[in-house]
Design a protein around this ligand. Structure first.
Ligand code: DX5
Ligand code: ZN
Length: 221
């Protein structure tokens, strides 16, 4: 399964956005990870509907919209998800997990189920028929720059085994949170194949972005 990179756009410096997007296109970046936060489901406010719509005009790279908002089932249409895009919905953010995933698919986008570090993989079983992917959080969502929870890294393999059990082993597993040069190879080995690249990889301060991307691809394999 091909490893794909999804840089976390909340880490992109706003004053260099055009340059960053140009670099991503040159480097064959596969998705743009857009963290949407409402300040209720997570203790932070980040990127919104207008940012998503503007970003589509600025780049051809498909979006990977990570919704960290309450009652997402009522708000999916606000983001006008497009075919080819991922939209991830947190199990922990709604009483209508199925409805939220169905709302994503109704827009023609790919439905991704997101689970936080304390959440066990079995919660995915009742929605397995709807899934186009799984997002395994290795930090508690809300901020970049946190340290990964070790048990969440090993949980990736449990999710991969569960997908296999349901004949869905071809589905992508995305991993999000402190996917660093040191930790991402283990995350890949555990079965993740879409890696969210944030402050500890693509947006590291001490090396040019193109070099960081090439080195990270090398490191992850
Ligand atoms: C955190 C976000 C992540 C975050 C990743 O809630 O979902 O996408 O931006 O940043 P790092 O890689 O620095 O943890
Ligand atoms: Zn995210």
């Amino acid at each position: 399964m091909k490893t794909m990179l999804a840089p976390s756009m909340m880490c992109a410096p706003i004053d260099k956005l055009a340059l960053v997007l140009d670099t991503f296109e040159k480097c064959g970046i596969e998705y743009l990870h857009v963290d949407v936060m409402d300040g209720v489901f997570v203790p932070n406010l980040m990127l919104g509907t207008d940012y998503v719509k503007q970003l589509r005009k600025l780049s051809r790279i498909p979006l990977d919209i990570h919704l960290m908002i309450t009652q997402p089932e009522k708000k999916i249409s606000w983001f006008a998800p497009q075919p080819g895009e991922f939209v991830s919905v947190h199990y922990e953010s709604t009483h209508d997990f199925r409805g939220a995933l169905e709302a994503v698919k109704a827009c023609g986008a790919k439905a991704m189920a997101a689970i936080n570090p304390p959440t066990a993989p079995y919660v995915l079983e009742p929605v397995m028929d709807l899934l186009d992917g799984v997002l395994v959080m290795t930090v508690n969502p809300g901020f970049a720059g946190q340290k990964a929870v070790p048990q969440a890294i090993t949980k990736i393999a449990e999710v991969r085994a569960l997908l296999k059990e349901y004949g869905k082993d071809d589905l992508p597993i995305e991993v999000d949170g402190n996917c660093s040069f040191e930790k991402a190879p283990e995350m890949r080995k555990q079965g993740a194949n879409i890696i969210v690249c944030g402050s500890s990889s693509v947006f590291v301060k001490d090396r040019p972005m193109e070099e960081a991307i090439a080195a990270f691809r090398e490191a992850v394999g």
